[in-house]
Design a protein around this ligand. Structure first.
Ligand code: GDP
Length: 310
């Protein structure tokens, strides 16, 4: 577990125009705020809202683009920040006119690329909850085309942008964040391989490795992920953390603020003969597995062995 708990914290920068939804995304993904509460978030005037959270596997910072401020003024050391960044997420409000956002996107991406060509550029076409499916696809096509035309005009076609349709009102924001973070984990292929071997040799049907705080999954075996399974994992993590916070907090934990530790584990039997199993892997990570009731008794030992390999 050394490799996954130590120095490889993926660093993510969240940027976009004011009111595009950055604070809401942060609060919903990293602080368990319910989407409706974000309606009352206050707009701040700070350019950079730092939140390098020490409680999550992902470290994370937010940058605003308020109207008139020249973001690239020489007193602001953006070079240093871009150099340490793994992924730059640019949030575009799909319910608003996005001409200004696209020109900011272009400016940001080209500046950042000059400093650090290894950054992954991720565009969240956000607040799509108000749009029909057709409309979503259409919007994504339009934004993608305009952004790549801008890059082509600047002869920078080599810059690759990835696009995601997101909303804080469903799991799409977690799914998108998971994909962004997965790209930053060098051990991902190894982890996926291990998970594949693991499930093929046990009665387990599906296994995920989760960042507990953000409920981003950082790896899974190669069988497809369906939304319902993912949502079940999220519910399982919530239950474990909530129950631990209420009944499991020791004096030691109170100092660190987290009851999640190496003894954390839970088993929930669902009414359809499925068993969900959660086990701590590192300070930040948990394994969540799905298996049939009948394969359950035999397999728990295998799981412990697997986790000790990680
Ligand atoms: P920021 O200035 O970029 O940090 O933007 P905020 O997080 O303050 O969000 C601005 C507004 O957008 C708030 O009223 C949020 O409730 C709203 N918002 C954020 N995300 C979504 C979303 O996915 N869907 C919808 N419909 N509204 C959202």
């Amino acid at each position: 577990s050394e490799g996954l708990s130590g120095e490889v914290k993926p660093r993510v920068l969240l940027m976009g125009l004011r009111r595009s939804g950055k604070s809401s995304i942060q609060k919903v993904v990293f602080h368990k705020m319910s989407p409706n509460e974000t309606l009352f978030l206050e707009s701040t005037n700070k350019i950079c809202r730092e939140d390098v959270s020490s409680s999550s596997f992902v470290s994370f910072q937010i940058w605003d683009f308020p109207g008139q401020i020249d973001f690239f003024d020489p007193t602001f050391d953006y070079e240093m920040i871009f150099r340490g960044t793994g992924a730059l997420i640019f949030v575009i409000d799909s319910q608003d006119d996005y001409v200004e956002a696209l020109s900011r996107l272009h400016l940001t991406v080209t500046r950042a690329y000059k400093v650090n060509p290894d950054i992954n550029f991720e565009v969240f076409i956000h607040k799509v909850d108000g749009l029909s499916d057709d409309h979503k696809i259409e919007k994504q096509g339009d934004i993608r085309k305009r952004a790549s035309d801008d890059l082509a005009d600047a002869r920078l076609e080599r810059i690759h942008l990835s696009f995601y349709l997101t909303s804080i009102y469903d799991h799409s924001i977690f799914e998108a964040f998971s994909k962004v973070v997965q790209k930053l984990i060098p051990q991902l292929p190894t982890l996926e391989n291990l998970l594949n071997i693991f499930i093929s040799n046990s009665g387990i049907e599906k296994a995920f490795l989760f960042d507990v705080v953000s409920k981003i999954y950082i790896a899974t075996d190669s069988s497809p992920v369906d939304m319902q399974t993912y949502e079940l994992c999220c519910d399982m993590i919530d239950v474990v953390i909530d129950i631990s916070c209420i009944y499991g907090l020791t004096e030691e934990d109170a100092a660190t603020g987290s009851p999640y530790d190496k003894d954390s584990m839970a088993i929930i039997r669902l009414n359809n003969t499925t068993v969900v199993y959660l086990k701590e892997v590192t300070k930040f990570l948990a394994m969540v597995c799905f298996l049939r009731e009948e394969s359950f008794e035999r397999k728990v030992d295998v799981l412990s062995v697997f986790i000790s390999i990680l």
